[in-house]
Write a protein that binds this ligand. Structure first.
Ligand code: TXA
Ligand code: MG
Length: 313
């Protein structure tokens, strides 16, 4: 199928109304969307991405009144998270309404809900007239796309349309919090940190996987965010020596030259650049990528989480 490229949200939304799948920009990463209530359309997302069927999707809303279409109960602390962080890079996992087909939630009785901060994303969802389920718009296992060109690289001719927008702002996926129990549980870190969540709900705790076979967030067990190159966490840049076909990304200038280097001036810039850097390394045939370790506070925690996952491949 030919993939249509457009900057027109109405034109992109028309494909959703016909049961198609459309990639669109958000402030975190690009998503690959379908009508949450259309099981056949949702199936196309899994097919296009080659995503394992046991990995549930996040529903994107354009306005808070769409929440009632998706969920049955919203605990008080989840309301407080919405007041503090919607629209923004936060996904709340809530009990799902009956109308949502189980394919969207990978058989779970809960659904992740997020209201993106990028205006173009909300405009697109509003034009669709329904909440839009969307995973990141990459082929399964590859780094999440932060530009429309990265989406094109992975999914051209596999999806109906790409809504072209600016590069994403944050560059790492949203924070995911389980809000289906008595107290909130952080399932995936993102730009909204554990400290940020605890400022709103002090009882928020990080998730500890008791058993890798049955993690609460099924996505956590799948290989993620990986370039083809080998990723190495570099705690001590001075100790890494010159290697051909090696690349480096970090805040500190390395003592020895690498074949390809990306120096970032802030942790935000590092987070914003990581996935595109991984992709560029693959395009250049780089074999090893050294990533400088950073302090795990604020977005640094999410950045180190993504780097470690890529290194664990
Ligand atoms: O920033 C983002 O979250 C991007 C943009 C497009 O919104 N989306 C994204 O989706 O990263 P995806 O599918 O790549 O990651 C969704 C994560 C997975 O780890 C998945 O397992 C978890 O959220 N998740 C989704 N629904 C869940 C549920 N009902 N219960 C537990 N975890 C869930
Ligand atoms: Mg993903």
């Amino acid at each position: 199928m030919e993939t249509v490229l457009t900057r027109d949200t109405e034109r992109a939304a028309a494909f959703i109304k016909l049961g198609g799948v459309v990639a669109f920009p958000t402030e975190t990463v690009y998503g690959l969307g379908a009508n949450v209530f259309d099981a056949a359309a949702v199936a196309k997302i899994f097919e296009a991405k080659q995503r394992p069927a046991d990995n549930p999707l996040i529903a994107h809303i354009s306005a808070i009144d769409q929440l009632q279409l998706l969920t049955t109960e919203v605990p008080q602390y989840a309301r407080q998270f919405m007041d503090a962080f919607f629209p923004g890079p936060l996904t709340l996992v809530l009990p799902k309404s009956k109308a949502i087909p189980l394919i969207a939630t990978a058989g779970l009785e809960t659904i992740g809900v997020r209201m993106p901060r990028f205006e173009i994303a909300r405009e697109f969802v509003a034009a669709c007239g329904v909440p839009i389920v969307a995973p990141s718009a990459n082929l399964s296992g590859r780094p999440s796309p932060t530009t429309w060109q990265a989406v094109y690289e992975d999914l051209n001719e596999r999806i109906d349309c790409i809504l072209k927008g600016e590069p994403t702002e944050i560059g790492l996926e949203s924070t995911v919090v389980d809000c289906s129990g008595e107290a909130p549980v952080l399932l995936r870190t993102g730009a909204i940190s554990l400290e940020d969540l605890r400022n709103v709900a002090p009882e928020t705790r990080p998730y500890e996987t008791p058993d890798l076979e049955t993690p609460k967030s099924p996505g956590l067990k799948h290989v993620h965010y990986s370039p083809s190159a080998k990723v190495v966490v570099a705690d001590d840049i001075a100790a890494t020596h010159d290697l051909s076909e090696a690349a480096y990304i970090g805040l500190t200038e390395p003592a020895n030259p690498f074949e390809f280097t990306r120096l970032c001036s802030t942790v935000d810039e590092y987070a914003h650049s990581l996935f595109e850097f991984f992709r560029e390394c693959d395009r250049r045939g780089i074999e090893t990528i050294y990533c400088e370790a950073v302090d795990e506070t604020g977005i640094g925690a999410a950045l180190m989480d993504r780097i470690r996952r890529a290194a664990a491949k």
